[in-house]
Design a binder for this molecule. Sequence first.
Ligand code: PLP
Length: 337
Amino acid sequence: MIDLRSDTLTKPTPEMHAAMMAAEVGDDMFGEDPTVAALEKKAAYMFGMEAALYCASGTMTNQIGIRLHTTLQDEVICHKYSHIYLYESGGIMSNSGVSVRLLEGDQGRITAKDVKAAIQPDDIHSPVSRMVSLENTMNKGGGSCYDFDEILAIKKVCTENGLAFHLDGARLFNALVAKNQKAEDYGKAFDTISICLSKGLGAPVGSLLLGSADKIKRAKRVRKVMGGAWRQAGYIAAAGLYALENHIDRLAEDHKNAQTIADTLQGLDYVEEIYPCETNILIFRISDRYTNESFLAKLKEHGVLAFGFGPQLIRFVTHYDFTQDHLTDLLQVLKKL
Ligand SMILES: *Cc1c(COP(=O)(O)O)cnc(C)c1O
């Protein structure tokens, strides 16, 4: 099967697997797992941030991030398509007791102007605007990326208004590679950053929350109450370390493959619209010749798996395990439908 449902589907490469099996481990709840410590140190260093915390998932790192910045009755400003709002089981409410102010915006991106206009007045009727959360790349926006100038403009609004600034960077490395941006610049702009090792980077498990030493110390306590403290997690942290060392630059191949697929779809009569394809996510709208169900069933008959991503919208995600042979076969299938 050619599996384009997600970039989370990759399995460890033989080299990554060997690194995992060779990991030195210890009880991380005692602070004694050297591989977890090395992973956290490396990630923090890459972003020029003081500290990092290794967690089971990006949902956990986002939810801890939100918890660190907020208290009951606060409000988080974010795009209406944000993962933190749509795809984290309402945790923003149950973990932190806060509400959301949802913004519109092009391909899932918000602007400094809209953030500024969304800040609540200092009035007992209103929730307290406390933080802004961005997503880069933006999953539901079709893997769209922010211009760094817009991020700096939003940062300025945050600073002027005492708002914390969090980044859901589940696929931040895709943005860094696609836009030729620097991790350290992101480290300077945001108070907390969540990055995933289990998406395009190809590790089987894990995300990191990056922030100041103080914030990460508190984050450890929040992770504990979520049941997320580890024992010998070095075996999986080793995969994350391997991914950070070896799998970042190759994301450009995934982007190129997604663009090639987009170019082919462009000429096909059942494709009505293709979202701008900036990274490894490709969203396109199909005509009423198909429903999502019939289109996905047809793809499956030809050995291709994908997801529906809204009415008449299909999502493809390219990744490590999607090979050049897969690409050739996929283009043939798409032309035949
Ligand atoms: C995958 C993802 C996450 C984290 O998801 P987990 O499955 O909990 O690791 C967060 N944000 C975005 C945009 C994602 O795509």
